[in-house]
Design a protein around this ligand. Structure first.
Ligand code: PEP
Ligand code: MG
Length: 571
């Protein structure tokens, strides 16, 4: 029995066998061999096993992911049948009397180096294919298994060092009951995605991949941020009970799905959802979302080899707008960078990617990418209640430039005879302290603000949101953050504009009473948090929360604020 403390990233309890998603150890020694014929036979057998595995993966990908993804594996199978690669390996074993692992690695590296040095995209891709398939053959020679999450066919808990947002997107909800990682924080994008997929998750455990073995029974307690492995029967029973209680609690919240988000003294706020893809709409509707407060469009650009076309984007935006049936949908323009990479853009590696060439900075430079997205959005605007929002705005000039491009594209479309909604609200994410401080000036020009606390906190406290070593500084309730939030809300209201929040803080039970008191108009959160938040809001009084908010703004530490909130809401 073992235990790890991590960070609660997504609600709920998952109990299943561990499936480790870690890169295996491919190290081996060069050996002289006495019987080359036997060694070639060993190599041939590894080759045949690899082919059989690839055929199975291809067939599965064909049904689960579509023909284009399956075609990748056809290309890989061709590599394994190519005599130009296979013969030199066998020759090397025969003439140099070396083990198959060494012959394979040397030959593959030679081809990879050759193709990679060519100034030709097609050849570069062949190098990647060779790297991929020879790794599989090497694994079979060494008797190790390469994990492949898309082939999982039984209930598991994924155990990994980290999961990229695209790894997370590929997890099959039917079988993946939960996940736990060594690194990451509550606002890393894998955690955010776990919440939108409603998979319990605990991140930042530091040692999950070392302590847990494949097949161990793992309990992911996404409520407390704990991971238990190989628990005693008593502990396991206790968790099964907690799991049942949580399901019962969820059923209670579900009764509020068609109710209003209104306080006991009659103040109405909007509870909206954050989504990453049109597929997330189902969860928004099931959880009674009153709109989409943040559509992170970058997921449309990930998990593929090239930029999405205007048409593909138009189809996705239209689907979301229509799916929300006239309710507000705030679409954020591309926010790539930080922990969300697009390998095909070949951007140089940066020392501080969260402070680097990302989001609007990239869009204002790579204008073709940006204009394509703006056109797709404008065309989709006639299908619902679209609001467009720019991410990572640090200066008014950035906003003005982005707005001017949108206006230009709108004029072009109208000239082409394409219909565009007459008025589209245009807002910004407030996630950089400079913008929060200057919110009074921004408020004169934007239609709305949405406070992105995930980044605003990391930039204000200078604490990387991905780094659990400094996670103690990640303090949403620090009075410094609360004062910035107040400045933004007040600035919006002074100009008759609305202020929302789409950072994770908006769905946080301790923050909600304060935000209500500060006058936040819209709270946008993971769909799975909406009903719980609604239940809380319906039990609070706006007038009392105003008093609470003004007192916590004058406190000096996070701890005092938390204490004050706990007292106020237990009254
Ligand atoms: C934020 O920074 O609060 C936000 C909502 O954006 P993201 O988490 O995608 O950076
Ligand atoms: Mg952000």
């Amino acid at each position: 029995m073992g235990f790890l403390q991590g960070i609660a990233a997504s609600n709920g309890i998952a109990i299943a066998k561990a499936y480790k998603l870690v890169e295996p150890d491919f190290s081996f020694e060069k050996r002289t061999i006495d019987a080359p014929t036997d060694e070639i036979a060993r190599f041939q057998s590894a080759l045949q096993t690899s082919k059989a595995e690839l055929e199975k993966i291809r067939d599965h990908a064909g049904t689960a992911l579509g023909a284009d993804k399956a075609a990748i594996f056809d290309a890989h199978l061709l590599v394994l049948s190519d005599p130009e690669l296979i013969s030199p390996i066998e020759d090397k074993i025969k003439t140099e009397n070396v083990n198959a692992e060494h012959a394979l690695k040397e030959t593959a590296d030679m081809f990879i180096g050759m193709f990679e040095s060519m100034d030709n995209e097609y050849m570069k891709e062949r190098a990647a294919d060779i790297r991929d398939v020879t790794k599989r053959v090497l694994a079979n020679l060494l008797g190790i298994q390469i994990p492949n999450p898309s082939m999982i066919a039984e209930e598991v808990v994924i155990v990994a060092e980290d999961l990229t947002p695209s790894d997370t997107a590929q997890l099959n909800r039917q079988f993946v009951k939960g996940f736990t990682t060594n690194i990451g924080g509550r606002t890393s994008h894998s955690a955010i995605m776990a919440r939108s997929m409603e998979i319990p998750a605990v991140v930042g455990t530091k040692a999950a991949t070392e302590e847990i073995n494949n097949g161990d029974i793992v309990v992911v307690d996404g409520l407390k941020g704990e991971v238990h492995f190989n628990p005693t029967p008593e502990v396991l029973e206790a968790f099964k009970k907690t799991q049942e209680d949580f399901e019962k609690q969820k059923a209670e919240w579900a009764k509020l799905v068609n109710e209003k988000s209104v306080t006991a003294d009659g103040h109405h706020v909007e509870l909206a959802a954050n989504i990453g893809t049109p597929k997330d709409l189902k969860g928004v509707v099931e959880n009674g979302g009153e709109g989409v407060g943040l559509y992170r469009t970058e997921f449309l650009y990930m998990d593929r080899d090239q930029l999405p076309t205007e048409e593909e984007q138009y189809t996705a935006y239209k689907a979301v707008l229509e799916g929300m049936e006239g309710k507000p949908v705030v679409v954020r323009t591309l926010d790539i960078g930080g922990d969300k990479e697009l390998p095909y853009l070949n951007l140089p590696k940066e020392m501080n990617p969260f402070l680097g060439f990302r989001a609007i900075r990239l869009c204002l430079e790579e204008v073709d990418i940006f204009r394509t997205q703006l056109r797709a959005l404008l065309r989709a605007s006639v299908h619902g209640n679209l609001k467009v929002m720019f991410p990572m705005i640090a200066t008014l000039n950035e906003f003005r430039e982005a707005k001017a491009m949108l206006e230009e594209e709108k004029a072009k479309l109208i000239e082409e005879g394409i219909e565009v909604a007459e008025h589209i609200e245009l807002g910004i994410m407030v996630e950089i302290p400079s913008t929060a401080v200057l919110a009074d000036q921004f408020a004169k020009e934007v239609d709305f603000f949405s406070i992105g606390t995930n980044d605003l906190i990391q930039y204000t406290m200078a604490a990387d949101r991905m780094n659990q070593q400094v996670s103690y500084l990640y303090q949403p309730y620090n009075p410094s953050i609360l004062r910035l939030v107040k400045m933004v809300i007040d600035a919006a209201h002074k100009e008759g504009k609305w202020a929302g929040m789409c950072g994770e803080m908006a769905g946080d039970e301790t923050a909600i009473p304060i935000l209500l008191g500060l006058g936040l108009d819209e709270f946008s959160m993971s769909a799975s948090s909406i009903l719980k938040a609604r239940s809380l809001i319906r039990n609070l009084n706006k007038a009392d929360m105003e008093k609470l908010a003004s007192s916590v703004l004058n406190m000096s530490t996070t701890e005092e604020v938390v204490e004050a909130v706990n007292q106020a809401i237990s009254l």
